[in-house]
Write a protein that binds this ligand. Structure first.
Ligand code: HEM
Length: 399
């Protein structure tokens, strides 16, 4: 077994991961990678086949307490680790079922009018301007306002949420980073304590009030899990759709033929969203998984306790599944992309993200048909994250 070098902490990697994936995927569909100066080793699935197999295999589990019972306890885990994304059945089923009802395509479909209104308002704020920083002006506010309204939290506090959730998905080798992480978690927790207290006294018709009632009502949700699910929804709502919209606009602006086709036929928008999710989706890596036991997997010997990640971005560019994957084709038929994951942890927010993406892109193109990139491609900087693929800034000319 060879160990492949892959410095997830490096700027070079985040600037062009697809080049790396193309070189590695054929020869090492499932390989042990040395992440960052050899400090950590992980298995990583690069091919579509390996990615799908990891996500579906129940021997790759999420709860660290099962594999490291002596080191990891409920007390020393971060609150988000008590959410559905970091536990296994039967707890996973119980936690997911508590919020699933609120995220069905039918329920989310009812938000269409309100999302449209928010997108129109954000577009109106950009009118009259020549240039903007697109993430701050448009891609960020839309999903944040929506998730805050759904949960019932003040969207005025969104800059704090942004700071806390950025720290939770970013990586850094700066010595001060651990301290920054601890401070952010502490502030986030303190904020939630106050918010929950206010909601307990005055419940409203929102998801947070509903969850509090479930927690108060008995044995279906513990206080730790309540914090976990709220943090997960806030982070998921802040870090993902923003980058679907921004990465998507970047892909369209750098493929003028596709951009023109979409403007001519806006009915292609929801199909285009699927291709934008595949082509340069916002979630580059799955979250952590651990081998529950030792076993052979795709010709490799995996040991109990090994750490496993899936490169969703590499899988979605696998030529064995997607014809000419490096080509952006907004008319691509039925794409089985893995941008929302697969298996029991398949993204709960997928119907919401799809709807927000579709509305945000359509409203933008209607309002600013002549928008263009206001930077050279190599100038754009990608964030250093172990999960998210997103730009730090996206300068756009509106006219
Ligand atoms: C384009 C936007 C989005 C993408 C690409 C995305 C992607 C993903 C992926 C890949 C996973 C599975 C991770 C894994 O298995 O390790 C996931 C899980 C999840 N996502 Fe999303 N997500 C998006 C938006 C959202 C939104 C808006 C919400 C809700 C507010 C959300 C809530 C969740 C939740 C709760 C889970 C955990 C599900 C479980 O463990 O059963 N996501 N998402």
């Amino acid at each position: 077994m060879t160990t492949m070098p892959m410095d997830l902490f490096s700027k070079q990697f985040h600037q062009s991961p697809y080049t790396y994936y193309k070189e590695i995927r054929d020869h090492h569909p499932f390989a042990k990678v040395k992440i960052h100066n050899g400090i950590a080793h992980s298995w990583m699935a690069f091919s579509y086949e390996a990615a799908e197999a990891v996500l579906r295999d129940e021997r790759f589990i999420k709860d660290m307490r099962t594999v490291f019972p002596d080191d990891v306890t409920a007390e020393n885990l971060t609150p988000i680790a008590h959410s559905m994304l970091f536990v296994d059945p039967p707890d996973h089923r119980r936690l997911r079922s508590l919020v699933q009802r609120g995220f069905t395509p039918k329920k989310i479909g009812r938000l269409r009018g309100r999302i449209e209104e928010i997108a129109q308002e954000q577009a109106a704020l950009m009118h009259g301007k020549e240039q903007i920083e697109f993430i701050e002006a448009y891609a960020f506010p839309i999903p944040i306002i929506v998730i805050c309204e759904l949960l019932g939290i003040p969207s005025e506090d969104r800059l704090d949420f942004q700071r806390w959730s950025n720290v939770m998905v970013e990586v850094s080798d700066e010595p001060s980073f651990n301290e920054e992480f601890e401070t952010a978690m502490h502030e986030f927790h303190h904020y939630l304590e106050q918010l929950l207290e206010a909601k307990r006294l005055q419940p409203k018709e929102d998801l947070l009030s509903e969850l509090i009632q479930v927690e108060e009502g008995g044995d279906r949700l513990t206080v730790r899990e309540l914090y976990g699910v709220i943090m997960l929804l806030i982070v998921a709502g802040h870090e993902t759709t923003v980058n679907l919209i921004a990465n998507g606009v970047l892909a369209l602006l750098t493929h003028p033929d596709q951009f023109e086709q979409l403007k001519k036929d806006p009915s292609l928008t929801s199909q285009a969203i699927e291709e934008l999710l595949r082509y340069n989706g916002p979630v580059e890596f799955s979250t952590d998984r651990w081998a529950r036991e030792s076993f052979e997997f795709m010709g490799q010997q995996v040991k109990k306790g090994d750490h496993v990640l899936v490169s969703l971005a590499s899988a979605d560019n696998d030529p064995n599944v997607f014809k000419e994957p490096e080509k952006l084709d907004i008319t691509r038929e039925k794409s089985p992309h893995l941008a929302f994951g697969k298996g029991i942890h398949f993204c709960l927010g997928a119907p919401l993200a799809r709807l927000e993406g579709e509305i945000a892109i359509r409203v933008l193109l209607e309002a600013f048909p002549n928008l263009a990139l206001d930077a050279d491609l190599p100038e754009l900087e990608w964030r250093q994250s172990l999960i998210i693929r997103g730009l730090k800034k996206l300068p756009i000319k509106l006219r």
